[in-house]
Design a binder for this molecule. Structure first.
Ligand code: PLP
Length: 375
């Protein structure tokens, strides 16, 4: 299957682009752990990328509608490669609420990396326009829906504003996945995923991915950061990731349907102060999310527990099916008291529980939460 434009994403995913191993005819291509390759072949050294990277990278580029993709050792390695590819002194804009570890990396001594960083309220276009410095701002970073309030940012509008000021737009698309949103089509320049989450989907690979709209000088710099920092995905992980990608569409749709069922059930529940989920019409980002997400609103939601922080901690400890653990995007459901995990400087509300909804039976998941809330 070479003409990726001819087929729908579900077909590309199920077949992993339909590549077959040339030597054996195997329909699942082999793991290539060799670190080095004979001169004159297509590969040189595994740190520069090996044969096991080519197929999942081509698949991700096709799913996002990009020119090229690169796999990294983690989502953090992928995201930081984007910022490390900038010039010293460049100004970047990121949202106030975003994946905690990346926010920490950006705001704690950015000058060490030669960057100037401004944070703006998520989705606030006026604040973004005020923060943009034409000619100086090189990168606008957006996470949507954003951890852990699931606030929504309008990608097309942000792209227009960023481009007018001469900046690139990077999207952390981990939560929406290419199944629900294709940011490059909405004007973004680069898409980042923590492949540890939905792309792999089985909580057994740590990985990251970047997909670019154009194979240009900036992309060459990003690739150079991966080579020089040695932040490449391992050969076995690349193989597992490809296996996970084959069921991505099914998993994301099932998790989205379950998350919506849970959100609707607990909206207005006496023990729940607020359900944060972009699929609810009461969510401030619902209308924009409806425009830029197709086929669902994702598997992530948060509950603010009416009894406050202590009650929230008790609920998280009281579930049976929802395992109390960090991370997201696996087939199994997880629950986490985020403020506790993020530490004392966290801006996350203390009564908030973050739910990564898996693909179990929706009724079982609702009953599990009901029982924990009753205790
Ligand atoms: C997990 C995550 C990351 C970081 O990815 P790692 O693979 O853990 O390094 C970045 N952004 C979002 C939204 C995430 O959920």
């Amino acid at each position: 299957m070479t003409e990726t434009g001819k087929y729908k994403p579900a077909t590309l995913m199920a077949q992993g682009l339909g590549w077959v191993d040339g030597g054996t005819g195997a329909v699942t291509t082999p793991v290539h752990p060799s670190t080095t390759f004979e001169h004159g072949s297509d590969f040189t050294y595994q740190r520069y990328g090996g044969p096991g990277h080519a197929q999942p990278e081509a698949l991700l580029a096709a799913l996002e509608g990009g020119a090229a993709a690169r796999l990294f050792a983690s989502g953090m390695a992928a995201a930081t490669a984007v910022f490390l590819a900038l010039e010293p002194g460049d100004h970047v804009i990121a949202p106030e609420v975003m994946y905690w570890a990346l926010r920490k990396w950006l705001v704690e001594s950015p000058e060490r990396r030669g960057l100037e960083v401004s944070l703006v309220p998520n989705g606030d276009m006026d604040a973004l326009r005020a923060a943009l410095r034409p000619g100086k701002t090189r990168m606008v970073w957006v996470e949507t829906p954003a951890n852990p309030l699931w606030s929504i940012t309008d990608i097309a509008e942000t792209a227009a504003a960023a481009h007018e000021a001469g900046a690139l737009l990077g999207i952390d698309s981990t939560v929406q996945t290419p199944v629900l949103t294709r940011p490059l089509e909405l004007g973004a320049d680069i898409v980042m995923h923590s492949a540890s989450k939905y792309l792999n989907g089985h909580s057994d690979v740590l990985g990251g991915a970047l997909i670019t709209a154009r194979d240009d000088d900036f992309w060459a710099r990003v690739d150079m950061v991966r080579r020089e920092n040695g932040a490449v995905l391992g050969a076995f992980e690349a193989w597992l990731l490809l296996r996970g990608l084959r069921t991505l569409a099914l998993r994301v749709r099932a998790a989205s349907a379950n998350a919506l069922a849970i959100a609707e059930h607990f909206h207005g529940h006496p023990k729940v102060a607020q359900v944060l989920y972009p699929g609810l019409p009461t969510h401030p980002g619902h209308e924009i999310a409806g425009r830029q997400m197709t086929g669902g609103f994702g598997g992530m939601l948060s509950l603010r527990v009416a009894g406050g922080e202590d009650a929230a901690i008790q609920v998280a400890a009281g579930t049976t099916l929802f395992k109390q653990a960090t991370s997201l995007g696996g087939v199994e459901s997880l629950i986490e008291h985020r403020a506790g995990s993020e530490g004392p400087s966290s801006p996350t509300p203390r009564d908030l529980l973050r739910l990564s909804v898996g693909i179990e039976d929706a009724g079982d998941l609702v009953s599990d939460l009901e029982a924990a809330l009753e205790n």
